[in-house]
Write a protein that binds this ligand. Structure first.
Ligand SMILES: Nc1ncnc2c1ncn2[C@@H]1O[C@H](COP(=O)(O)OP(=O)(O)OP(=O)(O)O)[C@@H](O)[C@H]1O
Length: 253
């Protein structure tokens, strides 16, 4: 397997350069990422795939400013995130990137609207009701703002999480297995929403997934193995993704 890199150009929504992330030290050290360079062009949807333990979540967390690289750099546009002090990074993260988790991570005691408002409140901003309602309408949940997450289906809860991630109009939306807890039909709704955020709103989306069907919604697939990018291709179809994953020998998991 040869290590591949993506050309690093200007005008990217996000990029990493020679990214390394090591956990622990000495004999217990795990080298989760071993020199990843990749760029994400505005208005594109990328699926990150690879065997379990290949470094997908670590890459997403470093890209989203939720984890610090051991070596290398992370950029959002022309801002070098990896050099920022913690407080500035937290500020910038709230305005520049959104994150969607497999487990939704909603606050059960809060209403849907309060969940969507939460990141802004944490940033010390007064909630803009119009923006919150607009975000909920964009994910097809107009009229649900007073419900609690427990009153919604899994797919609806994930759509609230997407509204929460999109309300600040981030430059990039990162999603870690966003359909992992959903059935196929509900997963389709969430993927279609991510796709339309790119097509209709010109957003940029980077999604980790094990599912070749989910990857078929993306414009490009990046394949990781053992902490490096080993393959990438555009216009993925489910069949092509399965075939390229099988070349890795690890299958989809
Ligand atoms: N906080 C941590 N401390 C120690 N090791 C870690 C930590 N986080 C991840 N690792 C290790 O780093 C490697 C990459 O993990 P990562 O979660 O990025 O892989 P992944 O491709 O997302 O896996 P999966 O598909 O199973 O979610 C694994 O060997 C993992 O055990």
């Amino acid at each position: 397997m040869t290590e591949m890199t993506t050309d690093i150009g200007t005008g990217t929504a996000a990029r990493v350069e020679d990214l390394h992330r090591q956990y622990g030290r000495g004999t217990a050290a795990v080298r989760a990422l071993r020199g990843v360079s990749v760029a994400f062009v505005p208005g594109t949807f990328t699926a990150v795939m690879g065997p379990s333990g290949s470094g997908k979540t670590t890459l997403l967390h470093c890209l989203a400013g939720m984890d610090r690289p051991t070596r290398g750099s992370v950029w959002w546009g022309d801002a070098e995130v990896s050099r920022l002090p913690e407080r500035r990074l937290a500020q910038l993260r709230r305005s520049r990137v959104g994150f969607v988790f497999q487990a939704f991570n909603l606050m059960p005691a809060m209403t849907v609207a309060q969940n969507v408002e939460l990141p802004g409140r944490l940033a010390g901003k007064r909630p803009d009701r119009g923006q919150v309602l607009d975000a909920l309408a964009r994910v097809g949940l107009a009229g649900r703002e007073r419900h609690r997450p427990g009153q919604l289906s899994g797919g609806q809860q994930q759509r609230v999480a997407i509204a929460r991630a999109l309300v600040s109009r981030p430059q990039v939306l990162f999603a870690d297995e966003p359909t992992g807890a959903l059935d196929r039909a509900t997963g389709h709704e969430v993927l279609a929403l991510l796709r339309s955020g790119v097509d209709r709103d010109g957003g940029t989306c980077v999604m980790v997934t094990h599912d070749p069907v989910a990857a078929g919604y993306a414009d490009r697939v990046l394949l990781l193995a053992d902490g490096v990018v080993v393959d990438e291709f555009d216009r993925p179809t489910t069949a092509r993704v399965v075939e390229r994953l099988s070349r890795l020998g690890g299958g989809a998991r």
